[in-house]
Design a protein around this ligand. Sequence first.
Ligand code: DCP
Ligand code: MG
Length: 242
Amino acid sequence: VPTAGRVELRDVTFGYPGAERPVLDGVSFVAEPGQTTAIIGSTGAGKTTLLSLVSRQYDPQQGSVAIDGVSVSDLGRHEMASVVGLIPQKPYLFSGTIGSNLRFGRPEATDAELWEALRVAQGADFVREKTHGLDERVSQGGTNVSGGQRQRLCIARALVARPRVYLFDDSFSALDVATDARLREGLGEATAGATVIIVAQRVSTIRSADQILVMDGGAVVGRGTHDELLESNETYREIVES
Ligand code: DCP
Ligand code: MG
């Protein structure tokens, strides 16, 4: 299993254009290949913003974001798509077919690869039920795909692209606990060797992560395993007990 995709943020400070105060303030961490890094924190803490810097939707005002030692600002748009797979908090589809959506990051993927990704993403059943299967048309605001199905298609799309870094932004909170567990078990195999960063709300989702980052007010206020944080971090304890 090839391992690559080491993500390193160094002293990152970022504010949205026009805003007075930074949303991220002095954030540093390393996410290692073959490991899962979980990010937890209250709403507005800056979790989505953090992922948007790793996927280079924005550049930080200070500090650096690097993948395998290369600054993401030196990666082209196309290159970026094969390095980082972001599953957004508000998953979106492009107008087209289910198949063209799944192939977005790797046009040459075979149908068998799409079905395998759908199987892992717990989305194969509903696609199979569609009259036209992979050729079923979907639109950006389409109503023939539910929010949960959209999310699974976005997870499958990321798997098809086989990036070095996966960024899951709150992708599992809406799933029932059993589906969540099944999905993440399959994901563990499908993403083996890659760097996985998961923003989550449920403690059950992040319990087994190799590293958990606790965010509050745009800063990382704790890091460690579940047991370490329970022992040492008040903010984490509050989240776990809430
Ligand atoms: N913000 C902003 N402009 C944007 C997006 C966010 O000014 N385009 C602000 C809103 C918050 C802060 O940045 O004050 C952090 O927002 P995030 O979306 O990064 O916060 P989280 O992802 O942690 O919150 P949630 O758990 O609700 O998803
Ligand atoms: Mg968010």
